[in-house]
Design a protein around this ligand. Structure first.
Ligand code: ADQ
Length: 462
């Protein structure tokens, strides 16, 4: 079996993998089995004039290779281009995108540096798997350094329609860099179609098969690999005795009976203000839910150095305060908003103890919370998933109540439908959803991608 080299912005350590979630665990598993390297940023920021070295930690056949970013890199590459330009553009939010020359220069600089440090670590047979929007040009930067290995790229976030993408300065450069990969993987058919449309309409690409496109003498395979979760380990967490105890505490006497749960990084793509407005509509249209239903929204801080993230936090705090002020009573708080991380066991218990899972992003690559919610349910008395049509997960999870997150009344009506849904229908929907989540679990995702990458023919000598 070929050695695997994974590149991603952050690297998970074997000891911390439980906290890091399913994807990290399954990547670590593969790296341990095959032997290999996981290369990325160590999370440290050093002064601009510091020497940048790669540090290596070995765990048997697996090496974690990491390096810091300088202050300038962090500002230009990480905050400036990755998170204030690529992230909003890929989530169809041109209004929030900021483009500066420093940011794009920083993005090029850091990708070049990663390529320069990575190239000498590679052996000729290694499979190289690059993750996500931080590293779109990494494959091309490796090719410039003579790397002829099979290199694959997986995009965890959406790929926008060509008309959105082409509003971004430097999009031609970025897109031509993608052609240097042998395989480019997407979460959904929509993303794949947007990419292929860009290749054909904007770059004179020619389709050779439904997922193989030739662009300027290069061929690249574009396929769909929906990300999944580690189903068995997550359901074990949800079924543990300590989870049962937590659920009991959630429903202790005097508390409302119905719990609606939302769990998201506090990101403007997750549609949190719209979700709160929908919850408010639920209380207005169906006042019988007053004192009976609580929305628990868990939204840990993220990327707070980017202005749009500070803005969304203030908006959310104001909205939850407004709803609690208007509808709350001495013995009932309609919205419980927690602005922090929660460990995964507790999360599993909270999902299981909630009759409605509310996953309503305005745009999302996949959304693993939707899958976690399904897996955590008690199959004999499952809750109902209300899911945005704009989450990648909606392409698969058709038995959820699929909603348009921009339409507050539609989401409120779906919540009400979920609250009163008879047990028989809940069980039927849940069984179908669980089968789908099982079919596309994290291992299936990884095997599918690596098998497809291995099957790509080797590029002609670089
Ligand atoms: P994210 O945007 O981070 O991921 P998501 O897929 O929902 O979104 O994953 C979030 C993970 O963080 C889940 O496993 C969830 O349990 C966990 N999490 C969220 N809030 C938490 C909290 N308060 N405490 C602890 N854990 C919390 C990106 C893309 C997604 C894509 C994934 C994977 O934006 O669309 O599904 O990558 O490809």
């Amino acid at each position: 079996m070929k050695r695997l080299v994974v590149v991603s912005n952050r690297v998970a350590e074997p000891g911390c993998s439980h906290a890091a979630g399913g994807l990290a665990v399954c990547i670590l598993d593969a790296l341990r089995k095959r032997g290999g390297v996981w290369f990325g940023w160590n999370g440290e920021i050093v002064p601009d004039d510091a020497e940048i070295d790669v540090s290596r930690v070995k765990f048997d056949e697996l090496t974690l290779a990491t390096m810091p970013l300088t202050e300038r890199d962090y500002r230009d590459y990480y905050l400036g281009f990755a998170n204030a330009a690529l992230w909003p553009v890929h989530h169809y939010r041109l209004d929030l995108a900021r483009f500066t020359q420093e940011a794009i220069d920083g993005y090029r600089r850091v990708n070049d540096r990663f390529a320069e440090k990575l190239a000498p670590m590679l052996m000729s047979n290694d499979l190289v798997w690059v993750h996500d929007y931080h590293f779109i040009p990494l494959g091309a930067a490796l090719r410039e350094r003579g790397v002829a290995n099979r290199i694959g790229f997986f995009l965890h976030i959406p790929f926008p329609p060509p008309d959105v993408l082409c509003a971004m300065p430097e999009h031609e450069w970025l897109m031509s860099a993608l052609v240097e990969y042998d395989l480019v993987g997407f979460q959904t058919k929509t993303d794949q179609a947007n990419f292929l449309r860009f290749m054909c309409d904007f770059m004179q690409g020619e389709m050779l098969t439904p997922d193989l496109v030739r662009v300027g003498g290069k061929t690249v395979t574009a396929s769909v690999f929906p990300v999944g979760i580690d189903v068995d380990s997550f359901s074990a967490m949800a079924e543990s005795p300590s989870a049962a105890e937590r659920i009991q505490r959630l429903h202790r006497a005097g508390e409302p009976r119905i719990n609606v749960i939302g769990v998201d990084r506090l990101d403007y793509t997750k549609g949190l203000p719209d979700r709160l407005r929908s919850f408010k509509r639920l209380l207005e249209i169906y006042p019988q839910n007053c004192k009976a239903v609580t929305l628990m929204q868990i939204a840990p801080p993220t990327r707070e150095d980017v202005q749009a993230y500070a803005d969304i936090r203030h908006e959310l705090e104001a909205l939850s305060g407004e709803i609690n002020g208007q509808f709350g009573d001495f013995d009932w708080t309609p919205v419980r908003y927690l602005h922090r991380r929660v460990d995964r066991d507790t999360l599993a218990a909270l999902y299981r103890g909630s009759q409605v899972g509310l996953v309503t992003p305005l745009r999302d690559g996949m959304n693993l919370v939707a899958k976690e919610y399904v897996v955590a349910q008690d199959a004999e008395n499952p809750g109902v998933l209300v899911l945005s049509r704009f989450a990648g997960a909606a392409e698969e999870l058709q038995e959820a109540l699929i909603v348009n997150p921009y339409d507050a009344d539609e989401v409120a009506n779906a919540m009400q439908k979920a609250i009163v849904m008879p047990l028989g229908e809940r069980k039927e929907r849940h069984a179908a959803l669980l089968a789908r989540v099982r079919k596309h679990d994290s291992y299936n995702w990884m095997d599918g991608f690596l098998r497809a990458l291995s099957a790509c023919r080797l590029p002609l000598a670089a």
